[in-house]
Structures are given as C-alpha cells and as structure tokens.
Design a protein around this ligand. Structure first.
Ligand code: IMP
Length: 426
C-alpha cells in the first residue's frame, strides 16, 4: 500500500482480533522504515512464519523480522518490561539482530506485577475472559493518573517510593475483592532495579521521532493489536479490551496527528473468530465450529484458549470500515475454507423482526440479533499455491467479490497460508 503519496499506513484488526495482522505487517514491513505499535501490550500474540520458523510477537512490532526496519513501542502501549526483555532475548537466540533497532516511548505506561494480580482478581467476578496480562488495571491507573511510565525509571529513587504507594493501594483492593494473594514492595523494587538499566537507554520521545521520519519522506507502518470489536469505545462493551484498537487510536498512541495518516488497512479473516467472553452472532453450530477451529488452528497465540469460530459477518466488517475509516481490506486464511462445499456469509442482523441498520451498541441486543445468511458455493480446491487473483478458483473469487461488496471497502491483499510468500497483492 505504500506509494509515492502513501507514507503512513495503519494496519488494524477489523473483527475480534487474531485476524493475522502480524503476517500482514511482516509482509508490508519489507517496504517500511519504521513499524510502530500503538496500543495494547502483552495481551497480543502476532504470529509470523518464515520458512519453518514461527515467531509469536507480543510487544515487539512485527517489523523486527526485517532488518531494514526500526521498531517503536508507542506511548499508547502498556509495556510489561519483564516480558518485553524475554521476548527481545528470545529473538536474539533465533539470530534476529535487534540491537539499535527498537525504541520505547518514555510516555508508555508500565505493567507491573500488581496489575496482573488485580486483573486476575477482577476476572473472578467480572468474567470478561481477559488474557490475565494486567492490561485493564494498567490502563485504569493511566486514566486515574496514578500510572508509572517508562520515563519514570530515570528517576528511580522517587519512582520506587511511588511504586510502594501503588503496591499498598493494590493490596487494599485485593483484600476488598477477597483475593488471597498480595503484592510485595521488595519484589517490585528488585524488578525496577533489574530492568531500569536496560529500559532507560531504549526510551525516548518516539512521537517526535516518527513525526520527523515522516517529514523526511520515510515510510511508517502503525501496527494495531486486537480488533475493532474489542475497542473500549466501539467494541462489544464490556467484553472489550481497555484501549482504542481502532485507527483513531493509532494517531494518539503513536504520538502523531491524525492528518499524518494516509491509508488504513483492515485485516479480516475469511470467516470470524473470537476468544474470551461476549457475543459472537455468526458463531457456527458445534460440529462445523469444531471443523473451522481444527482447519484454522484456532487457539489463542498467548493463552492457548480455543477460539470460538463462525462465518464471515459483514455487519461487523461494515461497521469496522466505518469506525476505522478503512481504505482497504486484507482477507486472511482463505485457504481454511478450501474444503467446504457451501459457505454461509452473514449479511446483516434482524432484531425483533426488523433489520438492523447499524451495529447494536448494547450486548443485550447483540445477544438477541438473528443473523441473516446468504450461502455461497465453496471451491473445494486448494488455494495455498495462488499468488495472483487469477490463480484462484472462480468460486473463491466470487466469494471475495461478495465480501468486498458487503463490506464496502476494496480488498487489497488475500492471504492463503501462514508463510510469508503465501499472499496475493490485488
Ligand atoms: P485483555 O485485553 O487481556 O484485558 O482482555 C480483554 C478481552 O480482549 C478478552 O476477551 C480477551 O480475550 C480479548 N483479547 C485481548 N487481546 C487479544 C488478542 O490479541 N486477540 C484476541 N483477543 C484478545
């Protein structure tokens, strides 16, 4: 999507996450100078396959696998420092040169062990189905103005005093919630002592850096995590994550103005999945769901949880096109549908016998909607070797044409397998 007039592209998930953003970012990063993660944290699991090697990136932008790219963890991310360094060291062991190629915003908030303890305790009563990575409590602290930021580590002694206060507060909350575990000030201080000397040298004003890179004509990819329907404002609240996953969040979370963004690519699976609790209107019937899960390897990259599976939901994707301002779509995992004789596509919903013109904002309504389906013929041939649209069976092309019509955005990429080369650029 990069071109003479396209320097800044956002890649977002347009369903409930796990659409295959990691692979798309990896493919596009070949032509990028910078890849910036702008929200979320270690709840994400971006899988990239190169030959036989598989990489699951959680906090490090998927551009790290191309040595032309500088990778940035933006201010909108909540950074788990322990996990970040173990991920970085893991890449080093796989011979990926990361030295000098990764920078972290001094404004990014830190996920500390007490956030994970609070996440687990909240989950006992709220049952959102979180990843347990402390994401919600860290964003709560950010907006409650009691967060600890990467830049605070430059002032280690005063930050340690702040952390002691936060740990005491977390312990009060844990007690209130009837949790048995408690956070330890000593453990938190030891963690800060250990990690600050590694993190501080990587920290900088990354928004300034991205702004100047764009002014110099560099190409910047803004990498979203999760998906639009998990956005804290636009998703299936309260069954959402705690950040703005949609394209508006990209400007805020990368530290640039919205007018700097040229294109927004929405990644969608050729069907639909969801992990965690909350409505999934086009969820398939038991046996078929199991088949989709098996064929698509639909298990969470971070938690290993089985994903719920269903048919492509055009109501969701149309909504996503609108709230993200998508200028293009990337359809992934088309090959997973290769063996089906018939493929239902959700075209819209009915609620109380009337068609829904917009996506219902309330989960109680969403639990009651009746999806309307159109059944398309399958192609029953492998698509994994296709590298051009013309290589696809006519039924597969007709399927893609229908998804494009129903969604309202042009298809720019089609992915037909996990490997880097299994992609069609339209
Ligand atoms: P949290 O982000 O861990 O707070 O989880 C909130 C919701 O978002 C849960 O339903 C999670 O399963 C879901 N979620 C968080 N990260 C991802 C992801 O990367 N892919 C898919 N679902 C996610």
């Amino acid at each position: 999507m990069f071109g003479p007039k396209t320097h800044c592209v956002v890649v977002v998930g347009a369903q409930w996450g796990d659409e295959g953003k990691g692979k798309l970012v990896d493919v596009m990063a070949e032509r990028a100078d910078y890849v910036v993660r702008y929200q979320g944290g270690a709840n994400a699991g971006h899988t990239v396959c190169i030959g036989d090697a598989q990489f699951i990136l959680q906090q490090i932008p998927s551009g790290i696998l191309h040595d032309n790219c500088t990778c940035i963890v933006g201010n909108g991310v909540v950074l788990d420092p322990e996990q970040f360094f173990s991920e970085l060291d893991g890449l080093g062991k796989k011979a990926i040169a990361t030295g000098g190629r990764i920078l972290v915003s001094e404004r990014a908030h830190l996920v500390l062990p007490y956030h994970k303890q609070l996440d687990r305790a909240h989950e006992k009563s709220q049952k959102i189905g979180t990843t347990g990575r402390g994401i919600g409590p860290t964003y709560e602290d950010k907006y409650g103005r009691r967060g600890i930021r990467v830049g605070d580590l430059r002032y280690l002694e005063s930050t340690k005093a702040l952390v002691a206060e936060r740990v005491a507060r977390a312990n009060q909350l844990l007690e209130l919630m009837g949790a048995s575990e408690r956070a330890s000030v000593e453990e938190h201080h030891a963690l800060l002592d250990r990690l600050a000397p590694r993190l501080v040298p990587l920290s900088t004003d990354t928004g300034y850096l991205v702004h100047h890179a764009l002014k110099q004509g560099k190409r910047v990819l803004l990498e979203g995590a999760q998906g639009a329907l998990l956005d804290v404002d636009h998703g299936t609240y309260p069954f959402v994550t705690s950040s703005n996953t949609t394209a508006g969040g990209a400007a805020v979370g990368a530290g640039i103005g919205p007018t700097a963004i040229d294109e927004v690519l929405g990644v969608v699976k050729a069907y639909t999945t969801r992990v965690g609790n909350g409505p999934l209107p086009t969820q398939a019937a038991d046996g078929v769901e199991e088949e989709l899960r098996k064929l698509g390897g639909e298990f969470g990259a971070v938690t290993g949880r089985p994903r719920r599976c269903g048919w492509f939901d055009a109501m969701v994707v149309r909504y996503s096109v609108r709230v993200n301002g998508l200028t293009g779509l990337a359809v992934t995992k088309l090959d997973v549908l290769d063996t089906f004789g018939e493929i239902p596509v959700g075209t819209g919903y009915q609620l109380d016998g009337a068609p829904c013109t917009v996506m219902p904002s309330d989960v109680r309504a969403l639990e009651q909607v009746v999806p309307q389906y159109e059944v398309l013929p399958g192609w029953r041939k492998p698509t994994t070797g296709a590298r051009r649209l013309a290589d696809l069976p006519p039924e597969a092309r007709a399927y893609l044409d229908r998804l494009e019509d129903l969604s309202g955005a042009p298809i720019r990429y089609v992915s037909v397998g996990t490997r880097r080369d299994q992609i069609i650029e339209v």
